[in-house]
Ligand binder design. Structure first.
Ligand SMILES: O=c1[nH]c(=O)c2[nH]c(=O)[nH]c2[nH]1
Length: 320
């Protein structure tokens, strides 16, 4: 006989990924706090898309692995249909709120699921300008299918006594790609017999960035209180403003400053983390007038930086 303790600690889960789902005319996100680094004040949610991943766990699934007994198995195809359906039931306005909603619904519907992890990448769309009465305005109907940065969310839920309990959560913005054409350096690094990279006092820096954050109180991630919600657009905008403002000496230096500013702006956040990639172009010509250069793609391999920070890293300086 198999008891629970014997199965403790093993990896056993299954689920569905790449579940793309779209919703039109959702609940608008209104009432977020504005910050000086961003023009973002809310989202209409006229169109919303996400690619969802769901992963479920439960001791009841062991016989499906060990004995080929599917009597407790919810097909992953059904999971996909369930996600599609629940986006129509969700009446909130955020990606993380939807992930919590759909996760909680799964636990309610299928008692054999002990816990669930749901994550998603937003599939972004952009408003398009059309001529209106006072110049151009955003079309209310036509959107560009965008290849831009997108929101990210993940929640892991356990069954609680009453409502599900959020065991882990992460929010984020992924796919940021920024180029700064001058006022960046990379100097002062280790020089030895293996070094071929010349020091650069002023390089054109191209960085790809994913930024993730956690809240001190995971409920704040859901967006039910929009004043305490951190929109991915505002973090994206902090990143580009900090890049514009500071003459940094490396990507390491850049992401630390973005992290500091993000934690200072949003006291409700517990931590911020980064995955950065260096895509800096190589110089072909700099014999042109002024700061002008001709550049080319870098060859492989590429460098990366990962960093996480929390409130202990702040030096206690106020931001205006
Ligand atoms: O911002 C950078 N950080 C590095 O650690 C590094 N290493 C390198 O070759 N180029 C760069 N750029």
């Amino acid at each position: 006989m198999t008891d629970v303790s014997e199965t403790d600690g093993r990896t056993m889960n299954y689920g569905k990924e790449q579940v793309a789902v779209y919703r039109t005319f959702g609940t608008p996100l209104e009432g977020v706090r504005t910050i000086p680094e961003s023009q973002f004040t809310g989202r209409d949610n006229t169109i919303f898309g996400a690619e969802v991943r769901v992963q479920v766990e439960g001791e009841a699934f062991l016989p499906s692995f060990s004995e080929g007994d599917n009597s407790m198995v919810v097909p992953t195809d059904t999971m996909k249909n369930f996600i599609h359906h629940q986006l129509g039931e969700y009446d909130g306005a955020t990606l993380e709120g939807f992930l919590y909603f759909v996760g909680a619904r799964f636990l309610e519907q299928y008692s054999q699921m002990d816990s669930i992890r749901v994550s998603a990448e937003e599939l972004p769309f952009e408003e398009r300008p059309v001529p209106g009465e006072d110049g151009f305005e955003s079309s209310k109907l036509v959107f560009r299918v965008a290849d831009s940065e997108s929101g990210f969310g993940e929640v892991a839920l356990d069954r609680g006594d009453d409502d599900p309990v959020i065991k882990e959560h992460t929010s984020g913005v992924t796919g940021i790609e920024l180029v700064k054409v001058k006022d960046n350096s990379f100097v002062g690094y280790v020089q030895d017999e293996y070094t071929t990279l010349p020091e650069r006092e002023n390089r054109t820096l191209y960085v790809a960035l994913d930024i993730f954050w956690t809240y001190a109180d995971s409920e704040d991630a859901l967006g039910e209180d929009p004043e305490r919600y951190v929109p991915a657009e505002q973090v994206r905008d902090i990143a580009q403003v900090v890049f514009d403002w500071f003459d940094v000496n490396s990507i390491q230096d850049l992401i630390y400053r973005i992290g500091e500013r993000t934690l200072e702006r949003f006291p409700q956040l517990e931590s911020v983390s980064f995955e950065a990639n260096n895509r800096t172009w190589l110089k072909v010509r700099d014999d042109l007038e002024g700061d002008a250069k001709v550049l080319r793609e870098p060859p492989r391999p590429t460098g990366f930086q990962q960093f996480s920070m929390d409130r202990n890293d702040l030096k206690g300086e106020d931001v205006e």
